[in-house]
Design a protein around this ligand. Structure first.
Ligand SMILES: C[S@@+](CC[C@H](N)C(=O)[O-])C[C@H]1O[C@@H](n2cnc3c(N)ncnc32)[C@H](O)[C@@H]1O
Length: 253
């Protein structure tokens, strides 16, 4: 039977890493030379761990790209402007990004100088994040000051209930239906993510857990036309295709 997800090994190219990864994730190891065809493949390519669909192997693979470089940002920490920064709030220092996914929002939060703990429960997304963070740690194009985020591989519902150092803000971006007008790369990232993790049916539980753990606010990212995760957010900040709903915890700036 055609496996859904496998680790692809090409002889001479990170072959030992591919073997270790397939063992760690309990996934089949596919040899490039034998022409095996999983639906999705994890593969070390060009010094990065990538995820791609077998039928689109020739198009650019997708990987965690946390770019906190001086090329991208004229100064670091980046200016706290825009709807995400306004939703996070001026007095927030520490954030738990409880749904790290491809690490895109994580990159923005890190660049803006917040102290971030990233949580991801999908073991596949977690290894992709680990790989992106290890590249960030050694990227000579990156200049501080910023703190490397810590990655926790766990279900955030459980993790939030046991966390010792409670954060100023818990940030949530559970899966929601695909949107019109996204760029081709964003659509591809989302499609692959959906294939790997499915829908986040328990987002209500995660929201409740976030309300109990955060000290100042919970920020929930939603598609601009989607209903809020819970009624009556205290504040709402609208971006191009998304909205940030803010739930304040007995505290206002
Ligand atoms: C829409 S994606 C997040 C995308 C991310 N904000 C970004 O910028 O790339 C949602 C991710 O949250 C993860 N997730 C959902 N519920 C979770 C939970 N309870 N604990 C940990 N991770 C969770 C999913 O596995 C998925 O990778």
């Amino acid at each position: 039977m055609r496996p859904k997800l496998a680790v692809r090994r090409e002889h001479g190219h990170n072959a030992a890493d591919a073997v270790a990864l397939s063992r760690r994730l309990g996934l089949p190891l596919m040899d490039a030379s034998r022409g095996e065809k999983p639906e999705l493949m994890l593969e070390y390519r060009g010094g990065r761990l990538t995820l791609c669909e077998y039928r689109r192997y020739r198009t650019n693979p997708v990987f965690v790209d946390i770019d906190v470089s001086i090329r991208r940002y004229p100064s670091l920490p980046a200016a706290k402007r825009g709807p995400l920064a306004r939703a996070i709030g001026r007095r927030t220092r520490s954030i738990i990004d409880a749904t790290a996914g491809w690490g895109q929002d994580l990159g923005l939060l890190v660049a803006m100088g917040y102290r971030v703990t990233a949580v991801e429960r999908s073991p596949v997304m977690a290894v992709l994040l680990e790989d992106g963070l290890s590249r960030l740690a050694v990227n000579s194009d990156v200049r501080g000051p910023f703190e490397l985020p810590r990655l926790v591989v766990a279900d955030a519902v459980q993790y939030l209930s046991t966390v010792r150092e409670t954060p100023d803000c818990v940030y949530l971006d559970p899966m929601f239906p695909p949107k019109r007008k996204r760029s081709a790369l964003a659509k591809r990232r989302l499609r692959l993510l959906r294939e790997v993790v499915g829908d986040d049916e328990d987002r209500g539980k995660l929201f409740t857990s976030a309300l109990h753990t955060s000290t100042k606010r919970v920020v929930v990212k939603r598609a601009d036309e989607a209903p809020p995760i819970a009624d009556h957010p205290d504040e709402t900040y609208t971006g191009k295709l998304v909205r940030y709903d803010v739930y304040l915890l007995g505290y206002r700036e």
